[in-house]
Design a protein around this ligand. Structure first.
Ligand code: AVJ
Length: 321
């Protein structure tokens, strides 16, 4: 008889990297999904981005959380389970956890397993009464909640950082529908959404003077070299980032500085001089346009909080009980 393996809460490592690289680099124009930025080095680079003077979203969102944590807490009943999607660092959840009533569990879900497990240990030390149950998973895929979170009378979702801005609007709708299914009747969802603002502010935030965003973008090629036998020469690609006004999004690209051939994932890819790999979109919304999107996915707008300059928003939604 074959013994049944016991699987802990860790979900299988997302294995689609090779397939997604092959598919994306064979497309015209070439593209790579931004979720692959976040290997251990990429997650650290992103943490450095959040501290840059030009990168306003993290500071704005933190200030909204500090200022309105108590109002946000009013939407979450005692004994609820808090599910954080794409948590990365849990410094935002800490502010909520300090304001919330006692919870059944806190479930940080992130694609970078090393990061959330380390963070979970630190959180346990600071909130000894809290059940912290990290799940390593891609939040766009279906994943199972740990039993204590399933057993809680109600669940609240937290999707900070405007990570939702990485999705195409139709993918954002699909994510919100999936979140509704995972969280269930009576759920609350709190989403961090970056707002449309003057183009100079946006441009600076994604073209920082210290070059950390460029390093973050180029790290994707480093990761392909390391994990998929790639031969990308990092000094022959350049970080390009600009605001696309028609589509309300920042686009990040990696531009080939010359005509060249690169091997990766067992295939050879030709680059023209100036040809780019489109590595990220970061959509910007108005409070109204995001509210409409969420309504289309079955969520009822409950409250919105913004910072003084209206650069960033936290938007709360409810699912009918
Ligand atoms: C983590 C997706 C919210 O779009 O601002 C930061 C990622 N990319 N600088 C964003 C990012 C370049 C970030 N999100």
């Amino acid at each position: 008889m074959v013994a049944l393996a016991w699987f802990p809460l860790r979900q299988p490592e997302p294995s689609g990297f090779e397939a997604d690289v092959l598919e994306g680099l064979n497309e015209t124009p070439k593209r790579l999904p931004p979720k692959y930025f976040y290997d251990a080095a990429g997650s650290q680079l992103f943490e450095r981005i959040t501290a840059l003077p030009e990168y306003y979203p993290t500071r704005c969102e933190m200030s909204i959380l500090r200022e309105h944590g108590c109002d946000i807490a009013k939407l979450v009943p005692q004994g609820a389970a808090l599910i954080e999607f794409g948590s990365g660092s849990n410094k935002k959840a800490r502010i909520l956890l300090s304001a919330f009533p006692p919870l059944a569990a806190y479930v940080p879900v992130d694609i970078c397993g090393e990061m959330i497990e380390q963070e979970a240990r630190e959180l346990c030390a600071d909130f000894p009464a809290l059940k912290v149950l990290p799940v390593t998973a891609d939040v766009t895929q279906n994943f199972a909640l740990p039993l204590p979170a399933q057993a809680a009378p109600v669940r609240a979702g937290f999707f900070p950082g405007s990570t939702i801005g990485n999705f195409e609007p139709h993918e954002a709708t699909a994510f919100l529908r999936n979140a509704a299914r995972i969280l269930g009747a009576g759920a609350t969802l709190i989403v961090g959404v970056d707002l449309i603002k003057p183009v100079e502010v946006l441009h600076a935030a994604y073209n920082d003077a210290a070059g950390v965003t460029a390093e973050f973008n180029l790290n994707l090629l480093k990761r392909i070299n390391r994990e998929l036998g790639g031969t990308f020469k990092l000094d022959s690609f350049e970080h390009h980032s600009f605001y696309n006004r028609e589509r309300h999004r920042i686009e990040m690209h990696l531009a080939s500085l010359k005509r060249q051939k690169v091997r990766a994932a067992g295939a050879i890819f030709d680059f023209r001089a100036g040809e780019t790999i489109h590595t990220e979109n970061s959509y910007k919304y108005s409070v109204e346009s995001f509210g409409a999107l969420a309504r289309g996915a079955g969520w009822q707008p409950a409250a919105t909080w913004t910072d003084a300059r209206r650069y960033f928003s936290l938007q709360a939604f409810k699912l009918a009980g």
